[in-house]
Design a protein around this ligand. Structure first.
Ligand SMILES: *[C@@H]1O[C@H](CO)[C@@H](O)[C@H](O)[C@H]1NC(C)=O
Ligand SMILES: *[C@@H]1O[C@H](CO)[C@@H](O)[C@H](O)[C@H]1NC(C)=O
Ligand SMILES: *[C@@H]1O[C@H](CO)[C@@H](O)[C@H](O)[C@H]1NC(C)=O
Ligand SMILES: CC(=O)N[C@H]1CO[C@H](CO)[C@@H](O)[C@@H]1O
Length: 723
């Protein structure tokens, strides 16, 4: 079937509109569910039964959408190519004939990225590039320390084949541009684009430079191919600025930097690095900037002003790119005039700190495109086969390990889950925990979407730092972002690290999540809690004092915080130990899991705790799983335990094997709030196979312990045999 370009554009539009409806419906449900929780609440807890099932259903719907969208977009691309081939012959088309890069040619892209917000934005850009690309890619990231940590970790865990990443330290480039006064929101980082000839490796001859607020609608290889059209003089490929800024007539006495006509936009740049180096680019922009600054005092548009001033003096340096390579959506632009057909559109540039709130007749469509990539399952992008040599060895070794697994093994699902590689986005929201307190302690916990409403509650009970791992899909991560940004309570806190672990596979990777939260705590001590617990008021202060009093720095101790539970959805939270004890006597509270799993906390010795006024030592016993405060460098959780069962018990056992001393705190407590049973618990209760598998994993864990800790660990094997 041959579609004309016009019908191709229409099909694209219809597809996206349809998707947009689904997306907003989907988000709408999510929002109404959480607005309830964002209202101020007394220390009561409102249950959300069935939310898990709803979530499952919604998730499946979203995944289905992802799949459909992908197929549709791929169809369009396939047809597009055929159409274009046909048109080459019979001429007279509005579709630009497209020439691509060589097959398997490595495409280089440079991006300056600093801070938490840009680290999030750039992922959407990268997803849109990966979605359309057919070539191996090398990303050159100029980053500050925040972005380097976030993105370094993200790409390492993402494991996209045929994607190479290099990081360059932005702090080291600062002196090159910090002398330039600048008023643009991109700050000093925008100016760093001027220094790329120096910052990037000298053997790199050309690079595409992109702002973080860009979305690709086509294969980046098409843009790369344009380098071939440069004449001998040309070193920069740029799109004209689509606003009237540089015409200098926006308001009275508006005096922009000098530019050729409307000037050029630097959101998308083709940089011919080797020739720029040869003509002395560095000297050229510096001299120009110094000269202009004598009369201009500062730049308004950062690097863009300087690029334009250089071009004004040497117009022959520029290859003017067709404007659809950078459709700029900012306040006073005339972006619609740029493309006559939606199908011509190649790159959308949001071009404003207030993304998505700009005027353009197609803005709904653009918004949908943007949201699509925002929520697109990044995991799908790693399965793309590029078919070029040296496609990521990582995937090969992972596949080799997977291949070794026996599918007949009743624990196959567990073992496979353990090999799954989850993308991890550390510090999804800005935060800083810099504390000089040597006794400082971070609350460590993990959660998924259905426990989001606990965050504000915990914030009311714990003012100290928190490190939280969130298990989310890409779409849920955006819901979480909106939730967090709308919550006054969460916004008022800068000491919470939210680390997103993206969903993959069928089983809940509980210990992976705990380890992500644990490893990314930034204080010397951690309180290993669970998201369903509310700490007593003042626990943060209490723990820091206890850490100092117990000389935790010079001893190997685990401080036990006794755990209680309420089965009541509305609980007036006890303000003191005395109040707690009387509620215990009245049956408003119980010791944790009293009815279902008493052994889990029995060693805490609640009878003794009632009257204790000083910390007391207790002995480990089988199945003990208390909530403890330990040094941050404690052993990690064993990730073979996924889903429900034995995930915490194994950790406490290992602390015991390492000879941690368990000490119960007499004036500290936490209370578990009720909730509907989680998905994995139901599975555990209903499946004989699941239980047997946990048993098998337990045995393997015991064997590992004795291997690592020798005769000391024999007691665990003995315990197991006696059961
Ligand atoms: C191709 O298009 C050009 C410009 O639209 C036109 O002048 C030319 O006659 C066309 N050639 C053929 C073979 O149709
Ligand atoms: C990051 O984004 C948030 C929400 O949009 C905003 O309030 C904050 O100022 C941004 N931070 C920086 C450093 O731009
Ligand atoms: C980047 O450079 C700065 C200044 O030279 C240095 O303090 C910092 O540790 C470097 N960061 C990384 C991640 O190498
Ligand atoms: C690339 C670009 O759009 N540059 C500037 C053009 O002018 C507007 C002002 O109207 C600036 O906001 C843009 O940054």
């Amino acid at each position: 079937m041959h579609l004309s370009c016009r019908s191709k554009a229409k099909l694209l539009a219809v597809t996206l509109m349809l998707l947009s409806t689904v997306t907003w419906l989907y988000l709408g449900v999510g929002e109404s569910e959480y607005t309830q929780a964002s209202k101020p609440m007394a220390p009561h807890y409102l249950p959300q039964p069935d939310s898990r099932q709803e979530l499952e259903v919604r998730l499946q719907a979203a995944q289905e959408e992802n799949r459909k969208l992908r197929l549709q977009l791929e169809d369009l691309q396939g047809e597009g190519l055929e159409v274009e081939k046909g048109l080459e012959r019979d001429n007279g088309s509005r579709c630009e004939q497209r020439s691509l890069a060589e097959k398997c040619e490595l495409i280089h892209v440079a991006i300056v990225c600093a801070g938490h917000n840009s680290s999030r934005d750039v992922i959407t850009l990268v997803k849109s590039i990966l979605f359309h690309r057919r070539n191996p890619l090398h990303l050159h990231m100029i980053t500050d320390s925040v972005a380097q940590t976030v993105l370094g970790n993200l790409f390492r865990t993402w494991k996209v084949p045929s994607l190479h990443i290099s990081f360059y330290n932005a702090s080291e480039l600062k002196p090159e541009v910090s002398w330039i006064p600048n008023k643009h929101y991109s700050g000093i980082y925008g100016l760093m684009k001027l220094t790329l000839t120096k910052a990037l490796p000298t053997d790199l001859s050309k690079v595409i430079v992109l702002d973080t607020d860009i979305t690709f609608v086509t294969d980046i290889a098409e843009l790369w191919a344009i380098f071939r059209k440069f004449t001998d003089q040309q070193v920069l490929g740029l799109v004209e600025n689509q606003s009237d800024w540089y015409l200098g007539n926006l308001w009275k006495n508006h005096r922009p930097w000098p530019a050729l006509g409307r000037g050029f936009n630097t959101g998308v740049i083709l940089l011919l690095l080797d020739r720029l180096r040869a003509i002395g680019w560095e000297e050229m922009w510096r001299v120009t900037a110094e000269r202009e600054l004598m009369s201009m005092l500062s730049t308004s548009l950062a690097d863009q002003d300087i690029f334009n001033a250089v071009i004004k003096s040497s117009p022959s340096l520029v290859y003017q790119l067709p404007c659809y390579w950078n459709v700029q959506l900012s306040d006073h632009t005339r972006s619609e005039q740029c493309y006559s057909e939606l199908a011509d559109l190649k790159v959308i540039h949001w071009n404003s700190p207030h993304k998505l709130r700009v005027k353009n007749q197609h803005v709904e469509l653009f918004r949908t495109l943007y949201l699509t990539f925002l929520e697109y399952d990044g995991g799908l992008l790693r399965r793309e086969l590029i078919g070029c040599p040296n496609d990521g060895d990582q995937t090969d070794s992972q596949e080799a390990e997977l291949a070794l697994l026996d599918e007949e093994d009743p624990c196959y699902d567990f073992r496979r889950e353990r090999l799954a590689s989850h993308r991890v986005h550390l510090s999804f929201l800005p935060h800083k925990t810099s504390s000089a307190d040597p006794s400082d302690v971070t609350l460590v916990a993990q959660l998924s979407m259905d426990r989001l409403q606990m965050l504000e509650l915990i914030c009311r009970h714990w003012e100290g730092p928190m490190s939280l791992a969130l298990y989310l899909s890409d779409a849920e991560a955006q819901q979480f972002l909106r939730y967090a940004q709308a919550s006054e309570i969460l916004q008022s806190r800068s000491n919470i690290g939210y680390h997103v672990v993206y969903k993959e596979g069928q089983l809940y990777p509980v210990n992976l999540l705990r380890n992500v939260a644990l490893r990314n705590a930034q204080t010397p001590y951690v309180f290993l809690s669970d998201i369903d617990f509310l700490p007593m008021y003042g626990l943060y202060e209490n723990l820091r004092r206890s850490i100092a009093e117990q000389d935790m720095a010079n001893t190997l101790k685990a401080l036990v915080v006794p755990a209680f539970e309420t089965l009541r959805y509305r609980l007036s939270f006890p303000k003191s130990k005395a109040e707690l004890l009387s509620m215990l006597d009245m049956g408003a509270l119980y010791t944790f899991r009293y009815h279902v799993w008493e052994v889990g906390h029995a060693p805490t010795n609640f009878a003794k705790w009632r009257t204790a006024t000083t910390p007391y030592h207790i002995e480990w016993a089988p199945n003990f799983e208390p909530y403890v405060v330990v040094k941050r460098d404690c052993p990690e959780y064993d990730q073979r335990f996924v889903g429900f069962g034995w995930n915490k018990v194994s950790h406490i056992m290992e602390l015991d094997a390492k000879e941690y001393e368990f000490v119960v705190l007499p004036n500290a407590f936490i209370i578990h709030m009720p909730h509907a049973p989680s998905f994995d618990i139901s599975k555990f209760r209903s499946s004989e196979n699941y239980r047997q598998c946990v048993q098998t994993l337990k045995e393997e864990f015991h064997q590992d312990l004795s291997r690592r800790y020798g005769s000391r660990a024999l007691k665990y094997l003995a315990v197991q045999r006696n059961r």
